[in-house]
Design a protein around this ligand. Structure first.
Ligand code: ADP
Ligand code: ASP
Ligand code: MG
Length: 437
């Protein structure tokens, strides 16, 4: 729809009544902001709790037969304060009472967590005086728990087409039997993207607490520069490599439909934020990088065997060891006589010794060495192609910063350079690269 903007507001954007007021001003200032997707209340300050975390805790305690009154009271007070401070007449206490009872009676983890967005959406719809439509009526999953985009699009067509404006909770949807299922953490971004796609919106706005996607994590680098424009592909690389601003799966639905995403700051709506646009759009961005992101806690298994490439079946055997152990590989840089498997520690759990033993038996390598506690940093930029000196600049900055590089790999898209370093050097390395550019 030509004149529809889908606007998702993150947890910190709706953390208390003051934030609700800012959100209302933003929505009222542009009549095209017709479909609003809220998250659950997030942190009001660094020592505060996210409502979603508290709900998970309640469910966990309850499932062990333990009392969760104390934690539920914190949740209850957050919502009641918001309603009272906004002078709303919604009887939120009764809804909370019912939710508490359902958690006591054995509600699922997903159900409990979803109530954060559910309650916040009821409050926001009351405050904005527009319709509330539950996400279970719109977003649906198949029996395998995968998003059923076809059925979801039919729901959007049927239930949203004739609606002027509505608030729809983020983060969850319904299974075929009606039970609640959530996306992974941060999943309200995905809900917004799906609804934007289904409505063929002209824009998907993602409102958060920073003025767009920044060149590096602001918790590591002081005042990093905002990225004005970025392609979906670059953003995907950065999100995947740990930048949490937008859930990595939120890109697919809108990208397919060519709907731009605008990351905006609820606390500074006058700032332009970041526009995420189609890969095809010609943007001149030669000679520099777009952003830096990274993740900690990987293990590198480095395998050497003379002429491994010439040995037919070598790589198949190696892969089958990982496949039969149900372990996914993050990266796999190789040379003539060696290959490194880079695997997230969370994938490996306690399987490392078994995997090494099986590689020894099955692939018969000359040597096999493990490096635990590795971090990966991705330097991403569409302007890196055909630009001499970018990698030199990265490596020099790391060397000057006293960071030891353990591995280097460049994506075949030439959109990124990935360096492997030790966990302990992570923050230092990101700062050093940022400074260099
Ligand atoms: P929301 O609750 O609005 O969904 P998130 O907490 O998911 O917000 O994401 C925003 C946060 O991401 C910021 O507060 C910031 O600390 C962090 N962050 C990490 N890397 C970046 C980056 N490259 N650009 C912007 N923010 C980043
Ligand atoms: N409230 C959920 C979470 O904390 C979803 C979201 O914020 O997008 O993960
Ligand atoms: Mg988020």
């Amino acid at each position: 729809m030509k004149d529809v903007i889908v606007a998702k507001f993150g947890g910190s954007s709706l953390a208390d009544s003051e934030q609700f007021k800012k959100v209302k001003n933003i929505i009222d200032s542009n009549g095209d902001r017709k479909f609003i997707i809220p998250s659950a209340p997030g942190k009001r300050h660094s020592k505060d709790h996210k409502i979603t975390d508290l709900l998970y805790m309640c469910q966990q305690l309850s499932s062990h037969g333990l009392n969760f009154d104390e934690i539920f009271n914190i949740i209850q007070k957050r919502y009641e304060d918001i309603c009272n401070e906004l002078d709303l007449t919604i009887d939120i206490s009764s809804i909370l009472k019912e939710i508490k009872k359902e958690i006591q009676d054995g509600a699922s983890k997903d159900f409990a967590a979803s109530r954060g967005e559910y309650l916040n959406s009821i409050i926001l719809s009351g405050y904005l005086n527009i319709d509330f439509i539950d996400a279970t009526e719109i977003i649906v999953f198949n029996n395998k728990g995968e998003l059923d985009m076809k059925a979801t699009e039919i729901n959007i067509d049927l239930k949203l087409k004739d609606i002027q404006r509505a608030v729809i909770p983020g983060f969850y949807g319904a299974m075929p039997d009606g039970k609640i299922k959530t996306f992974s953490r941060g999943g309200s971004d995905i809900s917004g993207a799906i609804i934007a796609k289904g409505l063929n919106a002209k824009l998907y706005e993602n409102w958060t607490d920073v003025s767009g996607f920044l060149m590096a994590d602001p918790r590591i680098v002081k005042d990093p520069k905002p990225i004005e424009k970025i392609t979906y592909k670059e953003l995907r690389e950065l999100s995947y490599m740990g930048a949490p601003v937008l859930h990595e799966e939120a890109i697919f639905p809108v990208r397919k439909a060519g709907i731009p995403i605008n990351i905006k700051n609820t606390n500074h709506p006058e700032e332009p934020g970041t526009m995420i646009i189609n890969d095809m759009d010609p943007i001149t961005h030669c000679g520099t990088i777009t952003g830096i992101a990274g993740k900690k806690d990987f293990t590198v298994i480095s395998i050497e065997k003379t002429l491994m490439g010439a040995e037919k079946g070598f790589f198949r055997k190696l892969m089958s060891v990982l496949e039969t152990n149900n372990v996914a590989i993050e990266h796999m840089p190789s040379s003539i006589d060696s290959i490194s498997l880079i695997i997230a520690n969370s994938e490996l759990n306690s399987k490392l010794d078994k995997i090494i033993e099986e590689i020894r038996i099955y692939c018969n390598p000359d040597t096999i060495i493990c490096y635990p506690n590795m971090a990966l940093i991705a330097v991403v930029g569409r302007g890196m192609i055909n630009t001499k000196g970018i990698s030199a600049k990265i490596f020099t900055s790391l060397a000057d910063g006293g960071v030891n590089i353990r591995m280097i790999t460049q994506g075949s898209s030439e959109l990124n350079i990935i360096v492997g370093i030790e966990n302990a050097d992570f923050e230092k390395a990101i700062s050093a690269i940022y400074e260099a550019f």
